[in-house]
Design a protein around this ligand. Structure first.
Ligand code: G3P
Length: 217
């Protein structure tokens, strides 16, 4: 499974990218607003750091306006994936923008039917939001599994990009049900390294090393 990092914070992207675990980046208007940076400027900086797809989201609601914004975003760098919302206009924009050779990430997906439509219009990525479904006592992971089954039934090449990931367990669960990509905030990716038994075991090893006076360098 590919890991994308869901942030517009440059320091986090640099740190995770240097580890070689970042296959791409996703942003959205809320993350850009949080960064306090200009969208074109910060997105260009991210594209210069990361080789993989960098999703930049349109803010228009009408298809023609989304297409114009998407074309402008695509000029930032070759690795831009234009992000459009899963609305009827977003699907129209996806069809045109993918037809022009762009990567398109269709976002705000909350149902298998929406994912089916995104695949039909040639989306590069479909972004089902797990956490926001879980917030409503619905099963976000079940949606990922359903989309996997549907896409596999017909050989759709649209990649399932699991989004709205809130916990480390979401990451391994996404990998189990076959998401192609999971995008997570930096804190969630770092948290994947944590285990209470690792901390406990390390603490015991450190105490014993100190007692025995073990020195290596
Ligand atoms: O990738 C979409 C993500 O940023 C949304 O996450 O936690 O706001 O639902 P969240």
């Amino acid at each position: 499974m590919k890991f994308f990092v869901d942030t517009a914070e440059i320091d986090d992207i640099k740190e995770l990218n240097a580890l070689g675990i970042v296959d791409g980046v996703t942003t959205n208007p809320s993350l850009i607003a949080k960064s306090g940076r200009d969208i074109l400027e910060v997105t260009k900086e991210i594209c210069d750091i990361v080789d993989g797809p960098v999703s930049a989201e349109v803010v228009a609601l009408k298809a023609d306006d989304m297409i114009a914004e998407g074309r402008k975003l695509a000029k930032i760098a070759e690795n831009i994936a234009i992000k459009v919302p899963l609305t009827w206009d977003g699907l129209k924009a996806c069809k045109v923008l993918t037809g022009e050779g762009n990567m398109v990430n269709v976002t705000l997906c909350f149902s298998a039917n929406q994912a089916l439509l995104a695949a039909k219009v040639g989306a590069t990525f479909i972004s089902p939001f797990i956490g926001r479904l879980d917030d409503l006592n619905l099963d976000g992971m079940e949606l990922i599994a359903d989309i996997r089954e549907i896409y596999d039934n017909y050989g759709y090449e649209t990649e399932i990009l699991a989004a709205s990931i809130r916990s480390a367990n979401h990451m391994s669960d996404c990998a189990k049900v076959g998401a192609d990509v999971a995008t997570a905030p930096p804190a969630v990716i770092r948290n994947m390294a944590n285990h209470v038994l690792t901390d406990k075991g390390l603490d015991a090893f450190m105490k014993d090393a100190e007692k025995a006076g073990i020195k290596i360098v």
